[in-house]
Ligand binder design. Structure first.
Ligand code: SF4
Length: 119
C-alpha cells in the first residue's frame, strides 16, 4: 500500500521536518495513518491548513495514545527525545483539532497500519 499523494503533500512535504522524499514513500508514522483514517471516517475535513500556532494543551494525551504506537517512536523522531522540537505533520494537525475541540482523544484510534485505510 502506498501513501495518498494529496495527504502526503499537505501533511509531510509541507509540514513535517522528518519527511525524506527519497525513502519515505512507503513508510508512514502513526500521525499520518491516524490523520488519514480520520479523514476517511469523515471526522476530519480533507482540506485543511495546519496553523502556525502549536497546540500544546493535548500533546501529552496524544503522545500516550498515538506516538507510543509509532514505529518511529524509538529512534527516528526528535520530538520523542526533546518535546521542544516540532512533532510530525500528522501530530501537529491532530493536536490542532484536539486543541480546538473538534476532536477528542477518544476519537484517536489505537495503532493503525496501511491495512486499516482503503485509499
Ligand atoms: S510525533 Fe513522532 S512518534 Fe509521534 S506520530 Fe509523529 S513521527 Fe510518530
Amino acid at each position: 500500500m502506498k501513501k495518498d499523494p494529496a495527504l502526503t503533500n499537505m501533511l509531510c512535504r509541507k509540514k513535517c521536518r522528518y519527511y525524506r522524499h527519497d525513502k519515505s514513500e512507503d513508510l508512514a508514522c502513526q500521525g499520518y495513518l491516524v490523520a488519514g483514517w480520520l479523514i476517511e471516517a469523515g471526522k476530519l475535513p480533507d482540506i485543511y491548513e495546519i496553523n502556525a500556532t502549536r497546540y500544546r494543551i493535548k500533546e501529552d494525551d496524544l503522545v500516550r495514545k498515538m506516538c507510543e504506537n509509532c514505529s518511529f517512536h524509538e529512534s527516528d523522531c526528535d520530538f520523542m527525545i526533546d518535546r521542544n522540537l516540532p512533532p510530525c505533520g500528522g501530530f501537529s494537525l491532530l493536536a490542532q483539532f484536539l486543541g480546538e475541540g473538534q476532536l477528542t482523544i477518544e476519537d484517536i484510534p489505537d495503532q493503525l497500519s496501511f491495512n486499516n485505510i482503503t485509499w
